[in-house]
Design a binder for this molecule. Structure first.
Ligand code: 13P
Length: 261
């Protein structure tokens, strides 16, 4: 059985001191389970200290983004090549990058390729906006984002890529609109169908697909129960160690139920 993947995206929160404090709390409250992989994505600034402070048997690290060229005159950027010894994963194509930093499909394609070339598993975020959804274009958006991002990835490498389905309208909407499990199931099935079209049946079954968008310790189980959902990408709730530990426990409970069923 695949491990469930729980990723905490801390986004642009916490200075290094605060990040170390939260990491310390997570150590105390998040249990290690053989069937759950827990990944933390702090700011780039905290990756180095956390790589020393975190127990690597319990937590892995992810970058939130990186630049596709390995080195050069790209002031302000950090490359996947620079991060390769620090992180197992890197979030790529998050909707915040697409929307606020105008990242194009082609730039995201180059980032996915660079991550894989540097032995980092990209967590490729895809998902439609509210407007796309209202226009009935969800499938088209998923198709275009997925096929372009993966266009330089060979069938040998596709299982290194994790796909995170994060509908933009469901991100940070804790009191508002929540993604319905039926919508999620349709999207996950469609993502696997696209992987099958591109890489065949085995790859479609092997690739890990996550859900992200206002996941809390109360509803993580409902998303994790979806067929073909291998984990969750958590934003705000990952900054609260009680909630994040609760999400990890939900994942473990569900794995246990499946194991004994
Ligand atoms: P929230 O869980 O805060 O909605 O964030 C989701 C997300 O964007 C994770 O990458």
């Amino acid at each position: 059985m695949k491990k469930t993947l729980i990723v905490g995206n801390w986004k642009m929160h916490l200075n290094t001191h605060q990040a170390s404090l939260l990491a310390h709390r997570l150590h105390q409250h998040v249990a290690a389970h053989h069937d759950v992989e827990v990944v933390i994505a702090p700011s780039n600034l905290s990756l180095q200290p956390l790589s020393v402070e975190l127990d690597r048997r319990k937590f892995r690290l992810a970058a939130q983004d990186a630049y596709p060229k390995d080195e050069g005159a790209f002031t302000g950027e950090v490359s996947f090549a620079m991060l390769r010894d620090l992180v197992h994963y890197a979030i790529v194509g998050h909707s915040a990058r697409r929307i606020y930093f105008n990242e194009s499909l082609e730039l995201i394609r180059d980032k996915v390729e660079s991550a894989v070339r540097n032995d980092i598993s990209p967590i490729l975020c895809i998902g439609e906006t509210k407007q796309d959804r209202d226009n009935g274009e969800t499938k088209q958006v998923i198709h275009d984002q997925l096929t372009t991002a993966l266009s330089n990835i060979t069938s040998d490498d596709i299982t290194k890529v994790v796909i995170a389905y994060e509908p933009v309208w469901a991100i940070s909407t804790f009191d508002g609109e929540k993604a319905k499990p039926d919508d999620m199931q349709r999207a996950i099935d469609y993502i696997r169908f696209q992987i099958k079209e591109l890489y065949g049946e085995r790859a479609a079954l092997a690739v890990r697909v996550l859900y992200g968008g206002s996941v809390t310790d109360h509803d993580a189980g409902a998303y994790l129960r979806l067929k073909g959902c291998n984990g969750v990408l958590v934003g705000a709730a990952s900054l609260n160690f009680h909630q994040f530990a609760g999400i990890v426990e939900s994942a473990h409970r569900l794995q246990h139920e499946r194991g004994v069923a």
